[in-house]
Design a protein around this ligand. Structure first.
Ligand code: AMP
Length: 560
């Protein structure tokens, strides 16, 4: 397929704001795409060349892109930068450059979808010395032949900022509308995506095998999946009143880890579908030795352990291991882990998700050879006695864990959903998980750091983030520096000393109280917000909603 067809579609998507219209445009495109190209087209529509869970990164920053544009168009880099500053979008900058430089482009070689897809995938595999030059070559090769509009989207795709507003919901509806009929279509797609979170593959299955095919999607060992999630309960009593008896487990303060095994091969995935196998050779080793089946998937929580005291470490310490790409063996020694297993999803070729939790627990006991303190079952009791459960809760808190998970013994394993099968119980005025949507440059010695952050809650009606506060405490010097590095590539607008950033970074925030606010878009303001911890395990779609802020405000007893 010619890339120009895709560029036209992007432009159409950009021009309309109605979700329905966008869905229609995409459904038409998918219908007319040959099956062999469908997975690629679906990924490109998302602005990707790898599924969302892939570890591959294109690794091209704005600076390198400006050089590539300069090379391809003959403009000086400073000129490109000037255009970038004016539009805030290197896509538009390159488009302008090409338009004003080239009088005619009819003699040029046509750019195909394969050309773009191929070169972009190659970008991710280039490492080591001379990699910058090699990357530049791959990008300029595309831009030299691209028409202005094509260049706009090639550049934006490489910078992972496509700006056409075709989110996952729209994509899901478009695939359904292109290939499926009947009222089971939406559920079938959602089910399949939880097990196989790759829209390209899902579109292919929908086209070739329909609803049946999607319903028959099996977990694939070696691929991530959307784990089961919990709901918050106000009290132990509330859950007991509803369900009678529960399996109560300690709620550990660590990292969710899905362990997948086939023979000697082990894969580790987080709740956000990241592959963390390389970062945790210690867990790999334990899993290889102590999971008995040839093939299985188990679910648990990994906690960092303080070498001196044996106590659990704060999550932030463990997250250093998640982010580490080098000196991994050193980290293994510095921050030892403990894996607490609590569920099993499949054993050999048998899926266990429709078995009750009580049955799955029995299977889990059979397939794991525990190593106390290292690779063990989550601490649990089965009880219907409120006092006994309260004691167990106190025990968990004393052991510096977060609280309890109360699980319904009859519940099935439900992928990717907050269900009434699992409840979490945590103490106090709840912290809020919020997105950073803006920031301000510091003063004096801190002038090169972004030091205060605008916090946003999610508005489920519009899909936007609205301001609920400004946070500038709770970070160490090092964290300010790190946060600045993280936020800089996300800046979309700069005015004086303040910037607006794309809502990608999620932070857990503590605060003293919630007040009504006439100045903030949300109508509420957090008093004295401070960083509790970074939440690299959460995405913007998991940020707390305005409704939740309002509920918490009301629960302070001062509504109205
Ligand atoms: P939250 O992050 O507060 O929404 O709580 C849900 C998270 O608690 C899960 O994703 C797990 O990472 C973690 N967790 C800790 N212990 C358990 C447990 N025993 N069962 C399930 N999840 C647990």
């Amino acid at each position: 397929m010619d890339y120009s067809i895709l560029a036209d579609i992007y432009e159409k998507l950009e021009a309309v704001s109605s979700k329905l219209k966008k869905t229609e445009i995409l459904a038409e495109l998918f219908k007319s795409t040959p099956t062999s190209e469908l997975p690629k087209i679906v990924l490109l529509i998302q602005g990707r060349v790898f599924p969302s869970y892939s570890e591959y990164e294109l690794g091209v920053a704005e600076q390198m892109m400006m050089r590539a544009i300069a090379l391809a168009t003959g403009f000086k880099t400073e000129k490109v930068e000037e255009k970038f500053k004016k539009t805030g979008d290197l896509g538009l900058a390159v488009e302008e450059c090409i338009k004003s430089k080239r009088q005619s482009s009819f003699a040029k070689k046509k750019v195909t979808v394969d050309d773009v897809f191929g070169n972009l995938q190659k970008l991710a595999t280039i490492t080591g010395s001379g990699s910058q030059e090699k990357k530049l070559k791959l990008i300029t090769e595309l831009l030299v032949s691209a028409k202005p509009k094509e260049a706009r989207y090639i550049v934006r795709t490489i910078l992972q900022d496509l700006r056409v507003g075709a989110g996952e919901g729209i994509l899901r509806d478009a695939i359904a509308s292109a290939f499926l009929t009947g009222d089971k279509a939406a559920d079938a797609i959602e089910y399949a995506l939880n097990l196989l979170p790759d829209f390209g593959e899902i579109a292919r299955i929908a086209k070739e095998e329909g609803v049946d095919g999607l319903e028959n999607v099996r977990v694939r060992i070696g691929k991530p999946l959307h784990v089961m999630l919990s709901e918050k309960a106000e009290s132990i009593k509330e859950v007991l009143d509803k369900h009678g008896e529960v399996i109560a487990e300690w709620k550990y303060d660590g990292m969710r880890v899905i362990i997948e095994k086939r023979g000697k091969d082990i894969w580790l995935f987080t709740r956000r579908l990241e592959n963390v196998t390389k970062q945790f050779p210690d867990i790999v080793e334990l899993a290889r030795e102590h999971l008995k089946p040839y093939q299985c998937i188990v679910d648990g929580e990994a906690v960092g352990i303080d070498k001196k005291t044996g106590n659990p470490l704060p999550f932030q310490m463990l997250s250093q291991r998640v982010q580490r790409k080098y000196d991994i063996e050193k980290m293994v020694k510095e921050i030892p882990i403990q894996v607490n297993l609590f569920d099993v999803i499949c054993v050999e070729s048998e899926m266990l998700i429709s078995k009750s939790l009580a049955e799955r627990k029995k299977t889990l006991e059979k397939i794991v050879a525990q190593v106390p303190g290292k690779f063990q079952f989550a601490k649990q009791i089965v009880s219907s006695d409120e006092n006994q459960l309260k004691e167990f809760y106190e025990e968990a808190l004393k052991a510096r864990q977060e609280g309890l998970m109360l699980k319904v013994p009859q519940s099935h394993y439900v992928f990717g959903r907050h269900t009434d099968g699992w409840y979490k119980i945590k103490p106090t005025m709840e912290n809020l998980d919020l997105a950073i949507i803006g920031a301000t440059w510091g003063e004096g010695a801190r002038a090169s750091w972004l030091t205060s952050y605008v916090l946003g809650a999610r508005d489920t009606k519009t899909g936007n983030f609205v301001e609920v506060g400004m946070m500038s405490t709770g970070l160490t010097e090092k964290e300010y520096e790190q946060m600045t590095k993280t936020l800089q590539p996300l800046i979309v607008e700069e005015k004086g000393r303040t910037v607006r950033v794309r809502p990608k970074v999620v932070v857990e925030v503590k605060y003293q109280e919630i007040q009504k606010s006439p100045t903030y878009g949300s109508g509420f303001a957090l008093r004295f917000p401070a960083l509790s911890r970074l939440r690299p395990d959460k995405g913007p779609d998991e940020v707390d909603t305005i409704e939740r802020v309002k509920k918490l405000y009301e629960s302070q007893g001062r509504a109205g």
